[in-house]
Design a protein around this ligand. Structure first.
Ligand SMILES: CC(C)(COP(=O)(O)OP(=O)(O)OC[C@H]1O[C@@H](n2cnc3c(N)ncnc32)[C@H](O)[C@@H]1OP(=O)(O)O)[C@@H](O)C(=O)NCCC(=O)NCCS
Length: 352
């Protein structure tokens, strides 16, 4: 490894869009683009970020961009505290520069930022790399993936739920209203990576993966997901049958590529926990409507789906690994790492 030839540029949140725009026509980014313009525009609006946050480390070999590491500011909510953590959301090196220690160099520069770091949704290689760099406290989030094969099983299951349909009214919206910004208040005993209404609305309004139709050419060579045949969020506010009394909300994503469609049940909240079955019911209904090949749902809905033996055999339990790298032995992340309640929509996972 010759680290002397490597320089690392650190981009702040407030400079991200300008950086992405300038890199579009710059030959230094001919083979490796560190971020798409759309992603930069979205991330610059992250309600959990601050203008001075470093969110992108860009590695240059001489004057050529050879790789990058992206960070997304987030929150860790304790019983009496809220602190900032940074999700490691992208890591990439040009193929010709791998295995030379430059990945380690990027991680080391990230650690020198002196912030609390969390990685999830990573490959085995990156897991090995992170562990070798001192990431600790491995934790796993269980979630579920249902492969309906064809929608007949779902249609059957939904048939048994016809009475549920009479208990609510669902309304598609462009954003969720602040009036139901309650989970944080109600769950003050839960230690988690906070994803409040503002954060959910930021995602709904600023997707960085978009449907092919209408997508702009906003980057040259980008490794991470940017365009699918179809990608959209479905945000629903749920009311009582009077169409006035609020029951809660539900957010789904629909993603289609190469004729395979995945629906994810992302965020949901109901004032009355008994209404949680509406999330499962609507997940099935929308899966039928889109002819989904996969329906992913969080552990919180496992009990609901277990009521349907036909579906159980089509369902796989999945796990998502988390690794933590606290900035010091007494940082908020170090203190709370073992107690964090992981959520299906943590990090940038809900965006893709
Ligand atoms: C991920 C990536 C940036 C790593 O870059 P790299 O150049 O291989 O990384 P480095 O050479 O700096 O580090 C490799 C180190 O990781 C560790 N490592 C890698 N894979 C490992 C594994 N499976 N188990 C244990 N350790 C592992 C080793 O300790 C090795 O350190 P060593 O030099 O002491 O042997 C690069 O492979 C890449 O760009 N991949 C494609 C993009 C991608 O998949 N990104 C991840 C998306 S989550």
């Amino acid at each position: 490894m010759n680290n002397d030839l490597i320089t690392i540029q650190k981009i702040k949140l407030q400079d991200l869009v300008e950086f992405a725009r300038n890199s579009l026509d710059d030959p230094a980014y001919g083979d490796v683009s560190p971020i798409s313009l759309l992603r930069a525009e979205s991330q610059s609006k992250n309600p959990q970020g601050e203008p001075d946050d470093i969110v992108l480390l860009v590695a240059f070999y001489k004057n050529l961009c050879i790789g990058y590491l992206g960070l997304m500011p987030g929150r860790l909510t304790g019983k009496h505290s809220v602190s900032t953590i940074y999700w490691m959301i992208t890591l990439y090196l040009d193929a010709g520069y791998r295995g030379k220690g430059y990945g380690k160099r990027l991680l080391s520069e990230m650690q020198q930022l002196g912030v609390d770091l969390v990685a999830t949704g990573i490959t085995r290689n990156v897991e090995g790399l992170c562990r070798s760099m001192g990431f600790r406290h491995p934790a796993e989030l269980p979630y579920y993936r249902l492969h309906p094969e064809n929608t007949s099983y779902l249609k059957n299951a939904v048939k048994h739920l016809t009475p549920v349909e009479k208990t609510f009214f669902s309304k598609p919206v462009n954003q969720l209203t602040e009036k139901i910004n309650t989970p944080a208040a109600r769950q003050d005993s839960v230690i988690s990576f906070q994803r409040d209404i503002n954060t959910i609305n930021w995602m709904i309004r600023n997707p960085w993966v978009v449907s092919r139709q209408g997508a702009q050419e906003d980057v040259k060579q980008y490794f991470f997901s940017r365009v699918r045949d179809l990608f959209e969020f479905v945000a629903l506010e749920i009311f009582a049958p009077d169409e006035q009394t609020r029951k809660g909300y539900l957010v789904l994503s629909v993603s289609r590529n190469k004729n395979s469609t995945t629906i994810k049940i992302l965020d949901y909240y109901f004032h009355d926990p008994k209404d949680t079955l509406i999330a499962g019911y609507l997940g099935m209904k929308w899966s039928i409507a889109y002819g989904a090949d996969r329906l992913e749902y969080p552990g919180g809905l496992a009990a609901f789906f277990e009521n349907y033996p036909d579906l159980r055999q089509l369902t796989k339990k999945k796990k998502r690994l988390y690794l933590f790298c606290p900035r010091s032995s007494n940082s908020p992340l170090a203190v709370l790492a073992e107690k964090v309640e992981l959520k299906y929509s943590d990090s940038d996972t809900a965006f893709t």
